[in-house]
Ligand binder design. Structure first.
Ligand code: DP6
Length: 337
């Protein structure tokens, strides 16, 4: 059985940073994101009797061993759920840069959750798919849904935590947002986010205060989304992201994803605001900057960011769809070589 699924990255406006359970990927805080309509990941999973081991390709070349091991670990979870020990071939193609803080792991594991569960014959609802995607990468739990989504931290540990930690859509019908992505550097990040968040939780004196302030940010964000108040949404998102980066700067040793180019883009965002354009920045585990604005202002914001000599590419993303199965087939593993 062969199943192909497509998923899009999401950018958190209220960040996920820190786990209370490393094995189950249970987060310390709830988070809230916007799924984008760009940089899709398309993944095909083919289950076969004839394979002695899983095989994983990214853009038609064998995946790096660490990534392949992560995919095999994820397939083991699906195999346990399905009671099926057969191996699989996984072919994945990212249309965005990988590992550069542009949420390729979110789209990647959301697509893999859909494709693998389908290929192993599981019939999971969206909540179960969100919980499954979470086990691949926490932020992937949110890419199951289009538009805005909240990933609930869930309560408790073990099975109780696992059952209660999933994402759900959040309605914001009065907003027409865009995220302008300023690509400052498309290379893989120096410290991977998993290691960086563990170090932050374990060593940063600023981590617990951020957790507390993030809870308030989330409540304020819901009020702002319901009111359709883009300026308030942007202000809350920007302070939450900068606070997250402050926790990392406090880690020992410090984790710093900002580059001089990121700073120049952030300065430009401040200048836009001073000129009366509602534009607000957020950043993840990399130097790239994403700027939230109204869709009507997105061309002006993109032009301003492109003028900085720091952005190697600027593109406008609007809200995108949730993950979905895009193809089904009976095929042998050979078909994808
Ligand atoms: C900064 O979901 O990639 O993008 O669960 O360890 O795989 P793991 O981490 P991941 O972390 C994303 C962190 C972030 C913020 C966010 O997306 O909420």
């Amino acid at each position: 059985m062969s199943v192909t699924a497509t998923a899009y990255p999401n950018i958190a406006l209220i960040k996920y940073w820190g786990k209370r359970d490393d094995a189950l990927h249970l987060p310390e805080t709830s988070s809230l994101s916007l799924t984008l309509g760009v940089f899709a990941t398309v993944t095909t999973v083919t289950v076969s009797d004839e394979l002695a081991a899983d095989s994983v390709t990214v853009a038609e070349v064998p995946a790096p061993p660490r990534f392949a091991a992560r995919v095999t670990g994820f397939l083991d979870l699906v195999r346990d759920l399905a009671g099926d020990r057969r191996r699989a071939q996984v072919c994945t193609v990212n249309t965005g840069p990988t590992g550069a803080g542009l949420a390729s792991s979110a789209s990647g594991f959301a697509a893999l959750a859909f494709a693998a569960s389908g290929a192993y014959g599981l019939d999971l609802d969206r909540r179960a798919l969100s919980r499954l995607a979470r086990r691949g990468s926490g932020s992937a739990s949110r890419s199951i849904y289009g538009g805005f989504a909240q990933w609930h931290r869930g309560e408790g540990s073990g099975a109780a935590g696992d059952l209660s930690s999933y994402a759900e859509p959040v309605e914001a019908p009065r907003l027409d947002p865009a995220l302008v992505v300023a690509l400052v550097d498309a290379r893989e990040k120096a410290v991977d986010s998993r290691e960086a968040m563990r170090r932050t939780v374990e060593t940063s004196p600023f981590y617990r205060p951020w957790v507390q302030s993030s809870e308030q940010d989330l409540r304020d964000m819901h009020t702002a989304l319901a009111a359709g108040d883009l300026a308030a949404v942007g202000e809350i998102a920007e302070r939450n992201a900068l606070g997250m980066h402050a926790t990392m700067l406090g880690a020992r040793p410090a984790v710093r994803y900002f580059s001089p180019g990121s700073m120049r883009v952030l300065d430009r965002v401040l200048a836009l605001r001073a000129a009366g354009v509602a534009a607000y920045a957020t950043m993840d585990a990399g130097p790239n900057v994403k700027v939230l604005c109204d869709r009507r202002d997105s061309a002006e914001v993109a032009a301003a960011l492109a003028e900085t000599d720091s952005a190697i590419r600027v593109l406008v993303a609007t809200p995108g769809p949730g993950a979905a199965v895009s193809g089904l087939g009976e095929s042998s593993a050979d078909d994808h070589r």
